[in-house]
Design a binder for this molecule. Sequence first.
Ligand SMILES: Cc1cc2nc3c(=O)[nH]c(=O)nc-3n(C[C@H](O)[C@H](O)[C@H](O)COP(=O)(O)O)c2cc1C
Ligand code: SF4
Length: 390
Amino acid sequence: MTSPWNSEVFTGLFQFAASRGELCPKEIKSMDTSRYKHLFSGSQLKGLRVKNRIVFPPMVCFGYTGEDGIASAKNLEHYRLRAENGAGIIITEATSVKKNGRAATTQLGVWSDEHIAGLCDIASLVRGHGSVSLLQLHHAGLVSPLGVSPEPAGPSAEAEKPTSRELSPPEIRDIIKAFILGAFRAREAGFDGVELHGAHGYLINQFANPLWNRRADEYGGSFENRMRFADEIIKGIRELCGNEFILGYRMGANTPALEDGIKTALYLESLGVDYIHVSHGGNLQNLPRPPKGFDFNWMVYSGVKVREHLKIPVIVVNEIKTAERANFLIESGLADFVSIGRPQLADPFWVRHVQLGEEINACLTCKPRCRWYESSDLCPARKKLSEKVY
Ligand SMILES: Cc1cc2nc3c(=O)[nH]c(=O)nc-3n(C[C@H](O)[C@H](O)[C@H](O)COP(=O)(O)O)c2cc1C
Ligand code: SF4
């Protein structure tokens, strides 16, 4: 493993700090630069250099875009702040491949060619700051709210949702095509690749999970049938976007149980997926229990277990929270990359602050859930920064 503190990185940091007039050379020299050396070690993803092991995971910013789903100046500013001296991999928020498959009326979209120009601005600024740029492709399926889709549809109708219904085979093929076209538009916009949102109980995850998928046709029943929806999306993207284009998959580890998650990850690897990002499956059943002494939650544990079976890189996520803990996961060989989500919402300069040993604007782990789901303006940590940054 190479040290990040080679002359190239050091010179880069020095130039950056000097250009901002924030640090004098003496201060830089006095930094303890070896503290998080594993976290700041370079790596590769499908032949692309990744400058550190930190991922800015997909995080929706509802309200930043209008009904048209076109990236706004707010979206751009959001990624610009986080890309400046930021994470090695930046994955955009869930970006909808179908207007009637959104999770909210103000969600970023990629369902039409009109989205390409705005997405191009995001991709070029992320790449311009030296991060690998990925776009997360999403369809909410059964959990689309009524304001988006009066008849939310998925693999099977949901008893608790009286207006929900089962997708017909032609509709399924139409959504598969929308995912493939979404990936193609992401490539046109200049992204290095896409991540399929196959977690959190959204459409791809609904097909994979037998608790939601009770179909009797070729898209339901056996494991292979339930994975057919993802399988056809993956093959189509490969065909249209080529082999160089990064194709990642965010999976729900408990779909429905961790053993199934491991099987799913192996299957995805065999289909030619380039990395796996392990999160939850949108339900609270079959949660794996980390062994005593494992100081992370069940999602990180699931990522570590999935990784034991794969050759492709694995990103682990959820409540990693600090650079110490993130560095530990990399140093111990438990993960290839670590996603740091809410801390980077609370402090857009989290990566730089860690790297320079500066004070971090801490995330307060709001309960019952992060306020960004409603509006970033409600984030108490962001309020502290607002005069300086926003
Ligand atoms: C406000 C908010 C928005 C999110 N949006 C997405 C999303 O668009 N796609 C996705 O896969 N996960 C999404 N997530 C989950 C995050 O990517 C991440 O897995 C989660 O925040 C846990 O990581 P953390 O503990 O480092 O924050 C979101 C989480 C939050 C709090
Ligand atoms: S709203 Fe709360 S949990 Fe979300 S980023 Fe801000 S401080 Fe953290």
